[in-house]
Each structure stands twice: as C-alpha cells, then as structure tokens.
Design a protein around this ligand. Sequence first.
Ligand SMILES: [Zn+2]
Length: 317
Amino acid sequence: MREPWVVDGHCDSLYEFLAQKRSLTQAHEGGHWDLERARHGGVALQFMAAFIESEYKPHRAMQRGLELLEAAQRFVQINKDRVFLIKEQKDLAQIPHAHKIALLLAVEGGEIIGESLFMLPIIYALGVRSLTLTWNQRNALADGVGEHLTGSKLTRFGQAVIKEMNALGMLIDVSHLNEAGFWHVLELSSQPIVASHSCARKLCPHVRNLSDEQLRALGRAGGVVGVYFYPRFLVDNGPATRQDVVKHIIHMAEVAGVEAVGLGSDFDGIDNTPAGLEDCSRYPLLAQDLSHAGFTDEEIGKIFGKNFIRVLSTVLK
Ligand SMILES: [Zn+2]
C-alpha cells in the first residue's frame, strides 16, 4: 500500500514552543510532535491548538490564549519555508504539499472569548479556524464534561457563538463538551462539526468519550471524530497499544461510517501514548494495521485525512 497522508485534528505542542522548551523542529528535543517527525510520519495538516490551562481561567484565559496565538504566528514565521497556515477554503487544495506541512490554528477552550462575541472575529483575524467550545469546566458558552451532571444545554451566549462561528466559517469542535451541549450544537449548527479528539464510550466508558448515538448523529450530520490516542480513554485500565486505536477506529466506522472517522492524537498534550504510537512519526504503522484489519487503501486515506479535509472544505470560507 502507498503510505497515506495524515490530518491530525489535535496537538498541544504550542505551549512548549512558547515556553522555549523546544523549537518543535527537531526530533532530538523530545516530546511527541515536531516538523522532522511529522514529515517522516506523513503529516500533511496539523491542527495546532492553543490549549488554555486551568490555572489561567477565568480571568487570564483571554490573555493566555492570545499569548499562545502569538507564539503560533511566530512559529509559522520562523519556519515559513516548512509550514503554511490554512486560512481559506482554497488553501486546502495545497494539501498534501510537496515540501510544507499545513497548520490550522485552533483554540481549546471558549474562555478565550470570555463573554464577548466580538472576540470571535478578532481571533478569526488572528488566523484561528477552529474552536473547542469548552474544556472540562463550565464556561460562558456551555458546560464541559466535568460538569456533565448538570445536563445543561448551551447558554444564550453559547448559542450566539454557534451562529457567529457558522457565519464566519469557523470549525466547531465538541470534544470536552457535555452531552446535552453536544446535542444542542448539532441541533443549532448549519455546518458539520467535529469532535477533534475523542474515543468510543462503548469500548471505554469514560465521560470524555462519545456514545454510539452521538457517533451516529455526528456521522449523519457530515461531521468527523478524531480518534484520540490517550491510553486512559482507549482502554478501561492499564497500558494501551496501537491495536486499541485500531479497535476504536473499527467501532466508529461500523457505527458512524468510515466517512466520520479521523485522527486526533493530542500529541504533547498527553502524558503517555499507546505502545507503537509514541510520536507523530508512527502513523505509517497505524495505516498498516488498518490495512491488515481489512480497510481498503481508499478508506484508510479518508480516515487518515480526507474526511477532515471534506469537513473543512464545507466550513471554511
Ligand atoms: Zn483536550
């Protein structure tokens, strides 16, 4: 089989760049993701998330988010011969690029806009094209999974955010959102949505994972779920292997359709990885596993990247 190119719906590497711990260009610096290994692994598009850590919430969340976005712009500028930013629908035609890795700026946590709708066009102007509405906590938009007992739908502000994101052409990411919020977003959004890094609850009953009903509905709405590589969400307990990622992919493809499945590693955001998927250079091994599991090359191509591209080509302006 030909090695498929990869779209990864989530990584948290930016904060290490911001902290000057790594340049994110060379493998020997450690961590899970850098340009050298991403290239080796066939990464064509990487969602780069500005993850706003809990200690900054709520009052310094906006400032922290902007600080991470400034770091992202600096990373792109320094490495402009090796990366380019996806901002418009037409940029997608360059994927996979022969020499460069495409990056899509994302923010993980609606706290970056506080309670101000005007912040959405501002972060859009800064290049952000995807927003994870919540992390695990409650914010002004909705409740995260850490608040799942409330059973809350989106706030009025959250509903306005969905409308504005649809109008701007920003991708709505429901990973970390509580279940009532998930259904509310599906009901409101005029565009397909994604769960950038989530697993199947049927195989691992974690509150962060999606039920079969959610997976089915996401697929029916033309959305994509990026299978998450965090062992805690792949298996009930103990260490996980690449084969566990394959199991989640098989299950999601059965329940939601091959068109609804993608990859969402969260490299550099997770403290351990499945055996055999230690960093972003290992994707070709996962492709081989899927081939052995009976997926065709065409299906693997969709799961590895084309499904995410399909959603982006619908959502972006
Ligand atoms: Zn996350």
